[in-house]
Design a protein around this ligand. Sequence first.
Ligand code: AP5
Length: 193
Amino acid sequence: MFNIILFGPPGSGKGTQSEKIIAAYGLIHLSTGDILRREISAGTPLGLEAKSLMDKGILVPDEVVVGMISSALDNNPGAKGFLFDGFPRTEAQSIALDKLLAEKNTAIGVVLALDVSRDELLKRLLQRGLTSGRSDDTNETIISNRIVEYQTKTTVVANYYSKFDKVVQVKGEGTVDDIFNTLSSEIDKRLSK
Ligand code: AP5
């Protein structure tokens, strides 16, 4: 089993690259943002609670997303591996994830961290907001809140996995295919070990 965290700020290309990685490596894609948006569309109590926070660009509580990931792991017993996108986002989530994976006799293989400038993030998300229908892409204040949440609560996740020598920084600007090729070569290096 090989498990990857695709890490990076809002708009860094995690979702875009996840699609290509899961197609190439046969991994299960677990995006907490996508799961939360499905809960919102379905109008569940969890979705209603999450929506009010997501609309402001604020993280939802750790126990909510950890519970979602725990269920998703249980629901995919034969998986070759998992690609975590947008999770973990706090140190508490990282510790919880490592524990859940250890219970299944597996671990994180690599954390691929996409590095993109703030100007580029703003440009991409404002552009997507013109057509995506995502409420958290609609104005610069909400996008800035998301970036501040990332800087204050999420960058510690990279520090946490750095202690285990698992983090690789990858330039997240350029063409989607070039970035994918760089990510793939990092994955291949670890798969061949
Ligand atoms: P989430 O859905 O995870 O969103 P995010 O991290 O803010 O990231 P995005 O999906 O906006 O961007 P991305 O990095 O995936 O980039 P993408 O490929 O889409 O989270 C949303 C909210 O849910 C959070 O704010 C929080 O409230 C909550 N949440 C989720 N997970 C949580 C957790 N674990 N804990 C607590 N709360 C949680 O690309 C962005 C745009 O750029 C696209 O238009 C794309 O086409 C374009 N693009 C991509 N690559 C390139 C490129 N190379 N060049 C030019 N454009 C590009």
